[in-house]
Design a protein. Structure first.
Lengths: 89, 126, 157, 115, 766, 145, 503
């Protein structure tokens, strides 16, 4: 794969992650942070995919599968917490 | 040629990721941020996966790519729904520019019951 | 019939994941799929018969992918442009979908489409509350949502 | 990368310790999470980091085609992650119970068992 | 020999049973043992006189140089005879004195153990065994002094005695080990026969001081004398046995025993003479300031102990003869007098001599025995005490050290002791009859037997001096390093300086005794005034300071503040590790130059999120930030070739969030509790710790001494492990034991969590 | 307190949970050759049950599991220990791996082994542990409310 | 020959089985007794074999060292395992009479088995990372036992216990990581072998010191002991006793193991630090006890103090000193356990641990009094009990090594220990029982209180008999300690046994 393309993609993803992390830090509400976290987990899927392609190691895609399949549970957990009347931070 | 297509997939995927990030950074309230993040994020991941599958050009990669896309399509809206609902119901403030809200009046935060349409009800409004 | 369908799906998924298309592996996938379903069977509601839905499904997939990209571009445009064009709001949508699976699929696919987000279903399951980003023309929005629902139901029923 | 990671891990350790020094027991949770992550990364770093060569052997081969990352530290870290998870789960519930029983989240007001 | 020493312990085991069976006569039963032993020891005398010292060996812990070896010579036999002989009567006496006491059985347990221990002390040849018995006497006497244990004073006195003697005992242990190390032998006979230069060795001074500390505390030498009178809280038979006839003599015995080896040391002579002399005088003075019979006797014991120590210190032939004679005399009369004091308080119901008078008519036998014993105490002819005292004066006058001081002290002590004798023997029995709480009459036979026999022996030995001379004094002097053949005891040496001194003492004593009652209050004032600065006050101050320091230390160290604990731990880690690194290796500082920009970005994101988690006031925000940290860590793992770790990290992170969310629900939010100053302090500590870890990693990544062993794992994973995922093959095969432990950790965590959640809940619902 | 879950989550869970469970078995069985293994698989399976728990509540989850999570724990540990037994019976050093080829229909062989048994033990223990904790916490949450 | 792993597998198996049978209380109790009994038998057998053969080495899974995990049981390890067996059985017996039904229901016995497994695992493993794993097994079992019951004091104590111990674990883990980075191996014998080939040992010293800190925390050495006095007096008495007997000793054992076999390259540096640590540990612990007026708190602080003696034995690093250290460990495990168990009896009868509220036991329970006196005086180093000989050897070693200062401290600490023991004796046993108004329950007021006392007495009497046995017949014990010390001071034999003996 073209080195430039990969560098570009990596950079874009890194920048995207940074921005999502900023939203996570800023909040202001907990759901805002969780949304940012959800986005980051999607990005992780993407990053792992790109890295798999970059290194040519197919097995890395399995990691992405796990992220895609399980990471949303954190959001479900947070949602449940919020609905149960957790403090509205 | 194939590299070009792969590159396009990857870059467009990354671009959607970036857009999603920009969106949740810029957009003014929770629901609108979710519009940006869940969809663009999911689409970005799918596009990248498309590129990856093409890049590997193996059946195994395709199988995994399909699984990933499938899982993302299944889990992302569920999470979005859960968070959006929870955020909305506990009253995370909406953007000033929100023009309509047909849910609020039908929701009783004490019993957590949600009616189909308050206007149909005989009960007097409080 | 329905459990059997799921069983086959799971077995195929298994084969896809293991990447080994041998008969033994299919059997193993069938077996583990059976186990997974056996665990869950009491909770799976009765499903309608399943036949001849593959073509409709394909048609729907194409339609949905188009919607997904178009809507995403629309949201993206609003995000990267400095001024907000959006007119967000929450609307109640009368549901034609009746079963749990129908409602869920409708809600999720609506959520997956940029610009609309399913918030909740009323307790009597008649209304889906949706947060929409572009409500400048509410009727058009309602129409497109109903079109989506109609297409989904056509695949399912 | 190891050099950068040295600073990163140091920072994580510092953050972890800072949280463990807080009086609020709730913050202890964060400290415990950070310190185990820091220790795992320390092992990962010190054992040497190699990009793009997971310790997997291709099907049909007896040994990897080229040099792979050291698998042993990975196994150690995996064990350590699991252990840390167990310990953390326990600690979180302990903190929760301590808060319920003692009625405060202030560690400085949990002195009865000393002195 | 071994049965002789251990029989007491064995009998002690059955004492409660025997008491139950024999009832009131149990004292007589128990006395059979010491009586038998006495006869047996006496039977050994001729052999020892003829053939000198003998050593009997029984291996115990030979590897540790600890053996049950026994040294039988004149000195040990004399002590053994005193212990068993006096012990016989004490055991009989106790049966009468404590008749009907609920804990008589326990009393005999302690008493018999004590007696056996004492025999062990004086017979042991092995230094460690000696010490074992030595400490056993401390323990058993502790239990005996505290016999009336529900009385605060008894408990305090018991503790005091134990504390002082054990403190000395520990010094003694060090001293004995040094002695054995220098002499190259752990046996007394070996030490005594050692060719090594014990006195000139560089350890000589600490060794001597340690041994003396042990002996002086045990034998109640100034300034450690105060515990002995307090020990009179014990029942009288105990006092009679322990603190007059035996236990306190253990120190004296040790000094006498080591005299041949160490007596030549100048320090030995100086210290023993000085402290002995001072103790002698102090004891005598304090004796006459008291009115309680037992107190007076106790102080007179201190006087006697001082005398004995002083005599060893002087170490001349006369001194050694005086030592042996005085020792025998003292044991006899002191045993008798204590028992008489016990009879008095038993019969009258009071311990205060000043409240008694004219008892001679009611209890003539007691009175006569008292008179005889007291005469011996006073050192008047024709009793053995007289001989001892004359010899003592003789020795003092030719002392090699403190020539001016010792005679003065000796004369003072002589006066005091005569007064004391008067107080004991004259005051209660003669003069005006006084009313006492109980109506007194003659004590039962069991209680009278002891005083009468012992007093009688005092008289007999005084009159027939050849008996002690040949059977006891001679062999003892031989053991002490003197010449037995030169020993010649007689009542009359002609009119010499010692005799004149004795006469002078007697005159002064009579005068003091005449005015004793009126002088007593003033004496008490002087005594108490001095007491305020005395060593006992020092003891209490030490105990107080101990508590104070302990409390202070606990307040400083174990103050309950978690933050302080963590800071201490962290700073200790930083200090000791950092010091080692900097002093031995140097400071391995390198600037971070990432070779992968993307990985560096992820790493930075990780740190940013971590810092955010530490600084935010939103705890759920912190949890979310920790998730990002987790994702970043997972990405680092993945980028650097660890897919399994990546998966695990992400899964664990997700489940952690779920757990946290389930729990945090019921916890309060983050609050700032500490002051900015405290936060500053914590930041400094945290940064120090983080820096340490950074430099450690930098140092560790600079060097790699050996290639990792995992090359073999890689090579054998498929061929021998049948797996292509090397990490998994390590986990379930190469190092499966780790994984086995790991799943138990998880199971344990779950069990712990479950019990924490449900325990109280089910308790409430139950 | 009323279950705050919705129809959407519940229905989706019905689709997702079997997939996750299946995937977990997949991860378990091929862990020896590719990323995965008992621990990872156990975590995925636990995640699946947690999703079910969050959607349907504690009592439904208990019904689903049929046995108490604590039973998984003990059984998982015992299976893990059982994997040691063959080596002991054969007089080899404890934990020496045993490999057996099980013929499958279609001419294939499945390599069955004590490490696999061990991994199954790990798998069950992980599930048991996490579920014991999560179910316990949810229960106490419900009883509090 | 898999004997070396048997003492791990036995408690693991019984622990797993009783976890699986969590519903059945009787099964829990039967397994509790049976498991510890089997463990004792197995451990005694192991001791026999080690005694006969010198060392038992087992390469787990048949993977020769340093590839896999090798269990290497030398005399020290075998002794420690045997002591664990003894303590375990005693605790199980005691628990039969003392552990409330609710605690049994919530996993008391499985936790006990698994704690023992962690302890034994630490003693037999010859792999540094595996040691970490067993440490954690032990630690988390102890966490769970510490909090079992959920009382306020338990929670407060546990927070400190958990946090400080986790810090220790993090240091330990980091040290293992760095060591692997430097030497590329985890097998202790291999590590020792490779250290001997390293010329510049500066970094090895750094790692050694890290281990010292990590194990120092576990061993509750000065100034790292805070977690112990904060928590040991809070759980069930049986648990306290189990902890008191075994847990800190695992830290001490690890110090002995690492600073003899492995880190013997720079004695002048590492062991000099240990001398200072030993001195301050002895002193600060005993002073801490002097300020306490609660039965178990006094005992807890004394653990700290006694740890100092053991470390002193290691620090002096002469054959005699090591013997003394090992002897001290043996003595202390038994004696400390006994004392804690006795506090359980008085607690059972009176319902309090406060000295003020206790009293009168010498009058009412002479047997108990004697059972207390034996270990109490033994702890204080009074002859002819085990503690005397332990102390004697250490002091003798100190004097022969001319370590005057620390020896003087050791002697002084002995005196202060006696002070504490007599304090308990005077208050709990001699003093008349205080009035009921003082808050305590008088004996006999609740008839059920005495249920199960027989079990408790059995355990205590058995341990007291061990103390007496060591005191009166110390020769074989000394011989064991001597063998252990010889092996520790000759790492070459250890290395050879582990690396050469292939299965
Ligand atoms: Na949408
Ligand atoms: Na070495």
């Amino acid at each position: 794969m073209n080195g430039f393309v990969l560098t570009l993609v990596y950079s874009m993803l890194a920048l995207a992650m940074l921005m999502a992390a900023i939203r996570l830090g800023k909040g202001p509400s907990l759901p805002d942070r969780v949304v940012a976290l959800e986005l980051i987990s999607s990005m992780v899927v993407g990053i792992i995919g790109v890295h798999a392609l970059d290194t040519g190691v197919l097995s890395f895609l399995d990691v992405a599968i796990v992220v895609a399949l399980v990471a949303f549970l954190a959001a479900i957990g947070f949602a449940r917490f919020i609905e149960r009347g957790g403090p509205r931070e | 040629m194939i590299d070009l297509i792969i590159g396009a997939f990857l870059i467009s995927g990354a671009a959607f990721m970036l857009l999603a990030a920009l969106g949740i950074l810029r957009l003014p309230d929770l629901p609108t941020r979710m519009h940006s993040s869940t969809k663009a994020g999911a689409l970005g991941a799918m596009l990248i996966m498309g590129g990856v599958v093409l890049g590997f050009a193996q059946w195994l990669a395709l199988a995994r790519g399909v699984a990933i896309v499938l899982f993302i399509m299944m889990t992302t809206p569920i999470a979005a729904h859960a968070i959006g609902r929870a955020g909305y119901l506990i009253g995370v403030p909406l953007w000033d520019g929100t023009i309509k809200d047909e849910l609020r009046e039908n929701y009783d935060s004490r019993t957590h019951s949600l009616r189909s349409d308050a206007a149909d009800d005989d009960e007097p409004r409080v | 019939m329905i459990p059997f369908f799921w069983n086959v799906i799971l077995a195929l998924l298994w084969v896809a994941l293991t990447g080994s298309f041998s008969g033994g592996n299919l059997l193993a996938g069938f077996f583990f799929g059976y186990l997974a379903l056996a665990v869950l069977q009491r909770h799976v509601p009765v499903l309608y018969g399943y036949s001849q839905r593959a073509p409709r499904f394909l048609a729907f997939a194409v339609f949905f992918l188009k919607e997904l990209i178009v809507a995403n571009v629309r949201v993206a445009y609003d995000v990267i442009t400095p001024v907000w064009y959006m007119k967000p709001g929450v609307i109640a949508m009368r549901l034609e979908a009746e079963t749990d699976i129908e409602i869920t699929l409708v809600a999720n696919l609506i959520s997956l489409t940029p610009g609309t987000l399913s918030l909740d279903v009323s307790d009597d399951r008649k209304v889906l509350y949706i947060h929409a980003m572009f409500m400048a023309d509410e009727q058009e929005l309602r129409d497109s949502l109903q079109e989506l629902e109609r297409r989904i139901l056509r695949v399912l029923r | 990368m190891e050099t950068l990671m040295a600073y990163i891990v140091g920072a994580l350790f510092a953050a972890a310790l800072y949280m463990m020094l807080r009086r609020s027991i709730v913050k202890l949770v964060i400290g415990l999470m950070l310190i185990s992550n820091a220790a795992n990364l320390l092992i990962f770093t010190v054992a040497g980091m190699r990009e793009g060569a997971p310790p997997l052997i291709p099907e049909g081969a007896q040994v990897p085609a080229s040099a792979v990352a050291d698998p042993l530290p990975q196994a150690l870290i995996l064990t350590a992650i699991v252990i840390a998870f167990g310990v953390l789960a326990f600690s979180v519930v302990l903190i929760h119970r301590a808060y319920e029983v003692v009625g405060t989240d202030d560690l400085d007001r949990m002195k009865d068992t000393d002195t | 020999m071994l049965p002789a020493v251990l029989s007491g312990f064995i009998l002690a085991l059955f004492a409660p049973l025997i008491c139950r069976v024999a009832g009131d006569r149990c004292g007589w039963v128990f006395a059979l043992l010491p009586a038998t032993l006495f006869v047996w020891f006496a039977g050994l005398l001729p052999d020892v006189m003829a053939n000198g010292a003998q050593v009997v060996r029984y291996p115990w812990f030979p590897a540790m140089d600890v053996n049950l070896d026994f040294l039988v010579d004149g000195l040990s036999l004399m002590f053994a005879l005193l212990i068993s002989g006096i012990g016989t009567f004490i055991l009989i006496y106790a049966g009468g004195y404590l008749k009907g006491h609920a804990f008589l059985g326990r009393f005999y347990v302690c008493m018999l153990s004590f007696m056996a221990s004492m025999l062990g002390v004086v017979l042991s040849d092995n230094l460690v065994t000696f010490f074992v018995f030595w400490e056993l006497t401390s323990i058993t006497s502790y239990l005996l002094i505290g016999f009336e244990h529900e009385d605060v004073k008894a408990r305090a006195s018991a503790l005091q005695g134990l504390f002082v003697t054990v403190a000395g005992g520990l010094a003694l242990m060090a001293g004995l080990i040094m002695l054995a190390t220098v002499a190259g032998s752990y046996s007394l006979s070996g030490v005594l026969a050692s060719e090594a230069d014990l006195i000139g060795h560089e350890w000589a001074v600490p060794m001597l001081l340690c041994i003396l500390a042990g002996a002086f505390t045990k034998s109640a030498q100034v300034p450690f004398h105060f515990w002995l009178p307090n020990a009179m809280a014990a029942p009288t038979p105990v006092s009679a046995f322990l603190h007059s006839a035996t236990m306190v003599k253990a120190g004296v015995y040790l000094l006498a025993r080591l005299n041949p080896a160490l007596g030549e040391a100048q320090l030995w002579t100086l210290l023993l003479s000085l402290f002995g002399g001072l103790t002698m005088f102090t004891g005598a003075f304090l004796a006459i300031t008291h009115t309680g019979a037992k107190k007076v006797l106790a102080y007179s014991t201190i006087m006697a102990l001082g005398t004995l120590v002083m005599l060893i210190g002087i170490g001349t032939h006369y001194a050694l003869v005086a030592f042996a004679t005085f020792l025998i005399a003292h044991s006899l009369y002191k045993g008798a007098l204590f028992m008489i004091a016990g009879i008095l308080d038993h019969e009258t119901g009071t311990k205060d001599v000043a409240e008694m008078g004219g008892l001679a008519r009611l209890m003539p036998v007691t009175a006569i025995a008292a008179a005889v014993a007291a005469l011996s105490l006073a050192g008047l002819p024709p009793l053995l005490g007289f001989v001892g005292k004359e010899l003592m004066f003789e020795a003092v006058l030719e002392a090699p050290a403190w020539q001016r001081l010792l005679p003065v002290l000796a004369v003072g002590a002589g006066i005091g002791v005569m007064v004391a004798a008067g107080i004991i023997a004259i005051k209660p029995f003669f003069g005006e009859r006084r009313e006492t709480p109980k109506h007194p009459h003659e004590a039962p036979l069991s209680m009278l037997a002891g005083p009468v026999v012992l007093a009688g022996l005092s008289l007999l030995f005084g009159v027939a001096l050849f008996i002690p001379e040949q059977t006891l004094v001679g062999p003892v002097v031989a053991s002490l390093g003197g010449v037995a053949q030169k020993v010649h005891l007689s009542l009359w040496h002609g009119v010499n300086l010692p005799l004149m001194l004795s006469l002078g003492c007697l005159l002064v004593a009579v005068v003091i005794l005449r005015f004793w009652s009126s002088l007593q209050p003033q004496l008490a004032i002087v005594r108490d005034g001095l007491g305020r600065f005395g060593p006992e006050a020092g003891y209490f101050r030490i105990m107080e300071w101990l508590t104070r320091i302990a409390t202070w230390q606990t307040r400083v160290l174990q103050n309950g503040t978690m933050g302080n604990y963590m800071i201490t731990l962290a700073l200790t880690t930083v200090g000791i590790t950092g010091f080692t690194l900097f002093t031995q290796y140097g400071l391995p500082l390198r600037l971070p130059v990432p070779d992968s920009g993307f990985a560096a970005g992820i790493a930075l994101l990780m740190v940013m999120s971590a810092f955010f988690a530490t600084s935010t006031i939103s705890r759920l925000g912190a949890v979310a930030a920790m998730s990002v940290v987790g994702f970043a860590v997972a990405l680092i793992f993945i980028l650097f070739s660890a897919p399994d770790l990546g998966i695990t990290q992400i899964l664990v992170e997700t489940l952690t969030v779920i757990l946290l969310v389930l729990v945090l629900f019921r916890l309060p939010g983050f609050t700032r509790m500490s002051s900015p100053l405290e936060r500053g302090r914590d930041i400094i500590v945290a940064v120090l710790f983080g820096s340490l870890m950074t430099v450690l990693i930098l140092a560790a990544t600079e060097v790699q001494f050996f290639d990792p062993i995992s090359a073999e794992h890689v090579a054998r994973s498929v061929s021998d492990g049948h797996g292509r995922n090397i990490v998994n093959v390590i986990l379930v095969d190469f190092r499966a034991l780790d994984t086995l432990g790991e799943i138990f950790v998880l199971a344990l965590a779950a069990t712990g969590v479950y019990s924490m959640i449900r325990f109280k809940a089910e308790e409430q619902s139950a | 307190m009323k279950e705050a879950n919705t129809l959407i989550l519940r229905t989706a869970a019905l689709f997702l949970v079997p997939m996750q469970l299946l995937f977990s078995v997949f991860l378990l069985l091929r862990g020896h050759d590719e990323p995965g293994g008992g621990f990872i698989a156990g975590l995925v399976a636990s995640g699946a049950v947690v999703l079910f728990l969050f959607s349907y509540g504690v009592s439904a989850t208990r019904e689903l599991l049929r046995v108490d999570p604590r039973d998984f724990l003990g059984v998982g540990l015992l299976i893990g220990l059982a994997s040691i037994v063959p080596s002991l019976v054969l007089g080899q050093p404890a934990m020496t791996a045993q490999w057996w080829a099980i013929p499958l229909p279609g001419g294939d062989y499945y390599k069955f082994s004590t490490p696999l048994i061990f991994d199954v033990g790990v798998y069950l223990t992980v599930i048991g542990s996490i579920l014991t904790m999560v179910v316990g916490l949810s229960e106490s949450e419900e009883s509090d409310a | 020959m898999s004997l070396a792993v048997a003492p791990i597998l036995v408690p693991l198996f019984f622990g797993a089985l009783s976890l699986a049978l969590w519903r059945y209380r009787i099964a829990q109790r039967v397994l509790g007794l049976a498991g510890t009994l089997v463990l004792l038998l197995v451990s005694v057998r192991l001791l026999q074999v080690v005694h006969a053969e010198g060392m038992v080495v087992l390469h787990m899974g048949g993977w020769a060292a340093p590839l896999g995990i090798t269990l290497a049981v030398d005399m020290l390890g075998a002794i420690m395992v045997a002591l664990t067996g003894i303590t375990g059985l005693a605790i199980a017996l005691f628990s039969m009479g003392d552990t409330p039904e609710r605690h049994e229901h919530f996993g008391y016995y499985p936790l006990m088995h698994l704690l023992l497994a962690g302890v034994v695992g630490s003693f037999v493993t010859g792999d540094i990372f595996n040691l970490y794993v067993w440490f954690e097994v032990m630690l988390i079992a102890s966490f769970a036992l510490l909090t079992l019951g959920g009382e306020r004091a338990q929670m407060e104590g546990a927070i400190k216990y958990v946090t400080l111990n986790l810090f220790s674990s993090a240091i330990f883990l980091s040290a293992v990581g760095i060591l692997y980075g430097l030497l590329g191996t985890l097998n202790m014998a291999d590590i020792a072998l490779k250290i001997d080939q390293v010329e510049n040992t500066a970094l090895i010293n750094v790692v050694a010191v890290m281990f010292m800190v990590a194990f120092g925390i576990k061993a509750s050495a000065f100034p790292l002991f805070f977690w112990l006095p904060a928590s040991y007096h809070t759980p069930l008495v049986g648990v306290s006793a189990l902890f008191a007997g075994l847990l800190t000793k695992v830290g001490v054992y690890a110090l002995f193991r690492m600073f003899t076999i492995v880190f013997d390259h720079d004695i002048a540096y590492t062991h000099e630090i240990l001398v200072w640590v030993a001195g301050f540990t002895m002193l600060s612990g005993v002073l801490g006890a002097a300020a306490q007026y609660e039965f178990r708190r006094i005992l807890s602080f004394h653990i700290v103090s006694q740890i100092g003696y053991m470390i002193l034995g290691l620090a002096l690093f002469t054959p005699l000193a090591i013997i003394g250290g090992v002897f001290y460990i043996m003595h202390h495990i038994i004696v400390k356990t006994t004392l804690f168990l006795i506090s359980g009896v008085t607690y059972r009868l009176t319902g309090t641990h406060e000295l003020k509220a206790l009293g009168g036991y010498y009058r009412s329970r002479p047997m108990l009094s004697i059972l207390f006196l034996i270990p109490a005086f033994s702890l204080a180093g009074m002859p002819p009990l085990s503690g005397f000989f332990a102390k004697f050897i250490v002091i003798r070693a100190g004097i022969e090594a001319q370590a005057w200062g620390v020896t003087a401290v050791a002697l002084l600490v002995g005196l202060l220990t006696l002070y504490s023991m007599t304090k308990i004796w005077a208050e709990v046993f001699w003093k008349a029982a205080p009035d009921t108004e003082s808050g305590a329950v008088t004996e006999g007021s609740a008839a059920a209180n005495t249920a199960g006392l027989g079990w408790m007495y059995t355990a205590i009497a058995g341990l007291a008999a061990c103390t007496l046995f060591i005191g009166l017949n110390g020769e074989p014990i000394y011989a064991l300690a001597e063998t252990a010390a010889q092996q520790l001071l000759n790492p070459d034999r250890y290395i050879e046994a582990v690396l050469e003996a292939r299965p």
